[in-house]
Design a protein around this ligand. Structure first.
Ligand code: G3I
Length: 622
């Protein structure tokens, strides 16, 4: 089995290999860059990012551009006027750009038979000079190519000397650190992110961040004092967890963030489909300055639908906008499960899952895959339920065909999902679910699944995943006994996934933390794989009943998100954090939407709920 370190390094290489967007600044007060985030046969989505490279705040902005063939069909987070050429101005909350900060807005174009264009951006804040282009996200760039691009600097990096002197800043190059530009160190090659009051970011550390971030060419007239000023005025946006508490307040406590939150409550669940005429200005989650992934040094994921599924992210610019702002990992909510991907013994249906994985790779987003084996009756293909041949051989073929298909393209797998019996399960056998897998193979189906998966994909992290194991009760104990047995038997397990479909008042934070800690103490990774927080507890007759998301319910939910994230950070050492994934992007997507409930971070207009702020506060130690 590969070491965790090797897996991590290969995982980083995979992400870097998936997509790269280079930005080059020629602006006087701002760098205005045009990037393409996704492209398909008839259209594309993209973003224009304005980064303030001056020492003074920009208050209000207007920029323009013109296509040869493409035409805009929708936009968000801007007031757009014109019909080619186009003019974009700020809306209320994104008009002020502090030194070093960035603002982005998004759009979709009809390519009208042409290719996705990358027009020049004009406007006085861009110095009146045209700006950047980006490598189309749909173009696969090999990791070798990325590394070659990134190592093409003419600056010699001499040694790994710890120095925080401003003189160590490389003139002419900068680090795009999650939307903010910082100096690149001369003497320090690795190890420094934006932390510990350093005056620069180590070159290799910067270069290893996912696209579109990393070392960027910069206006050579941009002095280090300007860069330093930008740095000091912008709180860190991506840092080691050990120093999270020292930063971010200026990011998330901004009036921008406040206005997002206050404008998003209450929401109501009206439909599980997304209105195609969705108002562009309501996608407030794309605001610069609040980004979950920027506050974490581990993956922040979201479960989505894709391919031919209803509400596919591939066809939703709103979902993409939220994804790119807040998340750096995807999980297929359904389409990598057994029944979807292996419907008959000789048929594997990879098309939908491939579309999702390709989309993720093209956009520098990693994939946590779910799930190789799951007992749930309607997710077990009929041929498996009735299999009369060599069951272990058949299951091995399933696991290895699927795992090898995605080998090198996903960073981790839920290998076995929900094999431990519930406390109330009267048909349990030795504490396990009486599934077809257990009936045929006993607990060896779990051992073998990990062994087979590891043979097919020796790089991906392999997780055992379950629900109600964060309870610190008898089910948690059964799960710990299982992983202890797996480790004793030398089975290649890397971590435990806690689904975390939790109630507003259950389990207690103390029990959640203790459950995380028990796994971490065994040296395994801990991943929250399916987080959602309901506002109703229908199992508790004395709990309040919400028929809409009231401000009070939203506030309680926000605090619950904060406490869960904080517990995760307290209990799990940085090197063992597999990440946190929320089980859906917006409330109507949730499997609890019909209850009704509102368990996710965004409402049905993709506006951030207070839950998002709670999650962010948990990450930043507030
Ligand atoms: O998309 C089809 C639609 O075309 C069709 O008309 C409709 C008719 O039933 O079905 C739709 O598919 C449904 C799909 O969700 C999308 O809504 C499936 O029937 C339904 O079974 C599926 O439910 C999923 C469930 O797992 C079973 O696979 C939920 O979305 C998904 O959130 C849930 O996820 C599970 C995790 O995998 C494991 N942990 C628990 C979690 C919640 O149950």
């Amino acid at each position: 089995m590969q070491s965790v370190f090797m897996k991590k390094m290969l995982g980083v290489a995979m992400i870097l290999g998936a997509g790269f967007s280079a930005q080059y600044s020629f602006a006087q007060s701002a760098n205005c860059s045009y990037s393409i985030s996704n492209e398909w046969s008839t259209g594309a989505t993209g973003a224009i990012t304005i980064t303030n490279t001056s020492t003074a705040a920009i208050n209000g902005w207007t920029i323009g551009w013109q296509y040869n063939t493409n035409r805009i069909t929708s936009s968000w987070n801007t007031n757009l006027s014109g019909s080619n050429p186009y003019t974009a101005t700020n809306i209320g909350w994104n008009g002020t750009i502090q030194p070093g900060q960035s603002v982005s807005f998004g759009f979709q174009v009809d390519k009208r038979g042409g290719s996705a264009e990358r027009p020049a951006i004009t406007g006085s804040i861009c110095g009146g000079v045209t700006s950047s282009s980006s490598v189309a996200s749909s173009t696969a760039v090999s990791s070798a190519a990325v590394s070659s691009i990134r190592s093409s600097s003419s600056i010699a990096v001499s040694s790994n000397v710890n120095s925080s002197l401003a003189s160590s800043v490389v003139s002419g190059q900068q680090c795009n650190w999650y939307g903010a530009l910082y100096p690149v160190c001369v003497t320090n090659q690795s190890g420094w992110g934006w932390e510990s009051n350093k005056s620069c970011i180590a070159r290799a550390t910067c270069a290893s961040q996912p696209a579109p971030y990393g070392v960027v060419g910069a206006n050579s007239s941009l002095t280090s004092s300007i860069a330093s000023s930008a740095v000091s005025s912008v709180a860190s946006s991506r840092i080691a967890s050990s120093v999270i508490s020292s930063i971010a307040s200026s990011v998330v406590a901004s009036s921008i963030a406040s206005s997002i939150i206050s404008s998003s409550v209450p929401s109501s669940v009206a439909s599980s489909s997304i209105a195609s005429s969705h108002s562009s200005s309501s996608v407030t989650s794309s605001v610069s300055g609040l980004s979950l992934k920027a506050l974490a040094d581990f993956p922040i994921g979201v479960a989505v639908r894709a391919g031919s599924e209803a509400n596919s992210i591939l066809a939703s610019s709103q979902q993409k906008s939220v994804l790119f702002q807040h998340f750096d990992q995807l999980t297929a909510e359904n389409i990598m499960k057994m029944s979807y991907i292996h419907p008959s013994e000789t048929t594997f249906s990879f098309a939908n899952a491939d579309a999702l994985v390709d989309f993720a790779r093209q956009n520098g987003v990693s994939v946590h895959a779910h799930a190789l084996i799951w007992h749930e009756d309607y997710q077990v293909p009929s041929f498996m339920k009735n299999y009369s041949g060599d069951f272990p051989a058949m299951l091995k073929t399933h696991v290895q065909t699927v795992a090898s298909h995605f080998s090198g393209k996903v960073v981790s797998w839920d290998v076995v999902n929900e094999a431990i019996a519930e406390n109330s399960d009267t048909s349990a056998v030795n504490g396990f679910r009486n599934s077809v897998f257990y009936q045929k193979m006993g607990v060896s189906f779990i051992d073998q699944a990990f062994i087979w998966a590891n043979e097919a994909d020796p790089v991906a992290d392999l997780y055992y995943n379950d629900f109600n194991t964060e309870t610190n009760d008898a089910k948690t104990t059964r799960m710990l006994n299982l992983v202890d047995g797996l480790k004793t038997r030398g089975v290649p397990i890397d971590g435990v996934g806690f689904q975390m479909h939790v109630l507003p008042d259950w389990p207690s934070i103390a029990n959640i933390e203790a459950s995380f800690r028990a796994v971490a103490q065994r040296g395994l990774k801990v991943k929250i794989t399916e987080l959602d927080v309901r506002v109703n507890n229908k199992y508790n007759s004395s709990a309040p009943v919400y028929t809409s998301l009231t401000a009070a319910a939203a506030a309680t939910q926000s605090e619950r998100y904060r406490q869960i994230v904080a517990a995760y950070l307290r209990a799990v050492p940085a090197a063992q954090r597999g990440g946190i994934t929320v089980w859906g992007m917006w409330d109507a997507q949730s499997w609890f939407a019909q209850d009704p409930d509102w368990p996710l971070l965004f409402d049905n207009n993709f506006q951030a709920k207070p839950a998002l702020q709670g999650f962010a506060n948990g990450l930043s130690g507030q």
